[in-house]
Design a protein around this ligand. Structure first.
Ligand SMILES: *Cc1c(COP(=O)(O)O)cnc(C)c1O
Length: 403
């Protein structure tokens, strides 16, 4: 994709982003997806739907989120100026709520009183339980039993919000098993049930729909940056797990020439150790969870066990649109390892008074790595995707301050 191929217009009718995306599902699921596609095609342009979505974002979430100049950190690094888009200030503490509100409103319009979700670390489960409570819907969250044990605080939050949490005992008892179970539930209960997916992955239309709901982030930056800095940033940086916060801030910048887009993946213990979750830096194309994308797989197509200090980045695939942005050259993707992310985490806490999520800390580490080599008048905008309250235990265990 060159600048003269713009305006960017993906996916196509069938959900393809170049050779990626699409819909690789069973017959029964394809019926449910058809219904969803039709409903979204209608409501995405419905003024009354959009008005309600934006009203919720304003009064329930607290949007627009501010942009903040990380002045002390920028001065210390001595190069480019770093700015944060403060998604950590959203209700529930991250960008995920933007998307769950959009999907819950769609579920309501489609006459589905029950929502289901899958969750790994629990953040998407909490965001789904939150909007289900807000709109008076029944909510069931599937979670691998290993994760249920590891994420007790988030399980308790979901229950406080009125959700039922179902521990999944199959397979490795983690996210991908929870995902299979949620799919099974959806097929069985499609009449009254809406499946809320938590990132820009899954079969069409999910990658497009989740991107669209999250793109409010970049849309705000488009007017906030000129107001604050007098122009658009030179570089936009976001961490990539499934890729929803990154697509949220990238999407409206794809058509703005001269803005470099950088996605930061979990390099774990180092990409060359094999213990990481850097699907775009080290993966190969294949099909997982209903779409074609870059995956961490072995020569036989078996998914490889991933590792990251941050649970939200610990996923062996990535949204198909990122696969396309990588191949087309419009965005590039860089790994940051656990240690670098933890260092950025601690620096951000002490120098800016902001405790970032460990996922976000990967994006911060990359910004801090490149800023010193850039002139002082260059501008880096980092999507501060979430706050780090949920990560206290992990940080303490990783050898930060003891808890
Ligand atoms: C879940 C999460 C992520 C990773 O998900 P994406 O879909 O890649 O955005 C990143 N940051 C925070 C704070 C999260 O909670």
């Amino acid at each position: 994709m060159k600048v003269n191929d713009l305006p960017y217009n993906y996916p196509d009718q069938k959900g393809h982003f170049g050779p990626y995306g699409g819909s690789f599902v069973s017959e029964t699921l394809s019926h449910a997806l058809d219904e969803l596609r039709k409903a979204y095609a209608h409501y995405q342009n419905d003024p009354e739907f959009l008005e309600e979505f934006h009203r919720e974002l304003k009064h329930f979430v607290g949007r627009p989120s501010p942009i903040y100049h990380a002045k002390r950190w920028s001065e210390q690094l001595g190069g480019a100026q770093i700015y944060f888009k403060r998604e950590d200030l959203n209700h529930t503490g991250a960008h995920k709520v933007n998307n769950t509100i959009g999907q819950a409103l769609l579920a309501k319009r489609m006459g589905k009183p029950r929502v289901i979700a899958e969750t790994g670390a629990g953040q998407h489960g909490v965001a789904s339980a939150t909007v289900a409570a807000r709109f008076g819907m029944k909510c069931v969250v599937y979670m691998g039993s290993t994760d249920v044990a590891r994420q007790a605080a988030n399980v308790y939050r979901m229950k406080l919000l009125g959700a039922e949490v179902v521990p999944v005992e199959s397979g490795s008892k983690t996210l991908k098993d929870a995902l299979n179970e949620a799919m099974r539930d959806w097929v069985t209960n499609v009449e009254d049930t809406f499946y809320i997916i938590g990132t820009v992955a899954g079969p069409h239309p999910y990658p497009m729909m989740v991107r669209d709901f999250n793109s409010v982030v970049g849309k705000e930056c488009l007017w906030q940056m000129p107001e604050m800095v007098g122009r658009q940033p030179d570089m936009v940086v976001a961490c990539v797990g499934g890729g929803s916060n990154a697509m949220g801030i990238f999407y409206d910048y794809i058509n703005v020439p001269g803005v470099e887009l950088v996605g930061v993946e979990a390099g774990g213990e180092g990409v060359d150790t094999g213990h990481h979750a850097a699907s775009l830096s080290a993966g190969t194309p294949g099909v997982l969870h209903g779409n074609r994308t870059y995956l961490l797989q072995d020569a036989n197509g078996q998914i490889i066990e991933t590792h990251s200090v941050s649970a939200g980045l610990d996923y062996p695939g990535v949204g198909p649109e990122h696969a396309w942005l990588k191949d087309s050259g419009r965005a590039r993707y860089e790994p940051i390892n656990d240690q670098e992310a933890l260092e950025a985490f601690h620096t951000c806490c002490r120098i800016e008074g902001i405790i970032p999520a460990l996922e976000t800390s990967h994006a911060l580490a990359y910004a801090a790595k490149v800023a010193p080599s850039l002139p002082k008048d260059k501008v880096i905008l980092v999507n501060l995707s979430g706050r780090g309250d949920k990560d206290m235990h992990t940080v303490a265990q990783a050898g930060g301050l003891s808890l």
